[in-house]
Write a protein that binds this ligand. Structure first.
Ligand code: SF4
Length: 242
């Protein structure tokens, strides 16, 4: 595992739990609005002020956190591209901690294996935009995103789907389309769309992968609520942090 950061305590990264958060280096997407740009590639990481955290040091830390932390949130970058992820999760579970995975859904094979081997307890997956516009953001085929979506919502695990609302990318129309696409996938897989857990969050223009995104004004409260209403017209229980 290539670890580029460790937040020793977080009250927000793992819903309802006290966790530490591990940041992995490298991502298979290069979303222009990403504000973890130092973590998306080794080249960016090397040019940043961040330092590698040795796996041994992480486990030394974690082994002293029994009774203090409930779990570990593994985020990135994109954790599923790390060759040692299975063993890493296994070691965390052996120490008695819960594991939450944050993923972009681009590697369904890995998501499937983690679920099958019961190595994760909670999965948060980004659903970036509707199917038609996915290829504008990443080179990953939408089929992979759809596969991960099905795996996660049918896994029986706690999960959260997340969409960051970005000016120039999202609008009322494509958010409604995205909501319909998610609802259709759920229905096809015998999941009631009204049971889906989907969270909308506000884009903040800072330290973005593509510098021009730093110049964008975030959506106003009125615009955000308009997008939330569009999503809720299809999936009423969608929530937001704005
Ligand atoms: S936003 Fe997430 S998926 Fe996109 S490049 Fe950044 S870390 Fe990767």
């Amino acid at each position: 595992m290539l670890i580029g950061g460790l937040q020793k305590t977080s009250l927000i990264d793992y819903p309802g739990k006290v966790a530490c958060t591990v940041f992995t280096i490298g991502c298979n997407f290069f979303c222009p609005f990403c504000h973890n740009k130092d973590l998306v590639s080794w080249a960016n990481f090397k040019n940043s002020s961040l330092a590698v955290v040795k796996e041994k040091d992480f486990f030394d830390f974690l082994s002293k956190r029994g009774g203090i932390l409930d779990g570990v949130c593994i985020t990135g970058g994109e954790p599923t591209i790390q060759p040692g992820l299975m063993q890493f999760c296994q070691k965390i579970k052996k120490l008695g901690f819960l594991v939450k995975l944050d993923t972009n859904g681009g590697r369904p094979r890995v998501v499937k294996e983690l679920i099958k081997k019961r190595l994760v307890d909670f999965i948060a997956m980004d659903i970036k935009v509707d199917k038609k516009n996915y290829s504008l953001l990443t080179k990953i085929s939408y089929e992979k995103i759809a596969q991960s979506l099905v795996l996660i919502i049918t896994s029986g695990l706690e999960y959260q789907l997340r969409t960051t609302l970005v000016p120039t990318i999202h609008n009322k129309k494509n958010i409604a389309i995205l909501a319909k696409e998610i609802a259709v996938v759920a229905t096809k897989n015998k999941i009631n769309p009204e049971s889906l857990v989907w969270h909308l969050q506000k884009f903040l223009p800072q330290n973005c992968l593509k510098a021009e995104f730093d110049q964008f004004l975030p959506f106003s409260s009125q615009e955000l609520n308009c997008l939330l209403t569009a999503a809720q017209s299809i999936i009423p229980q969608v929530d937001a942090d704005f």
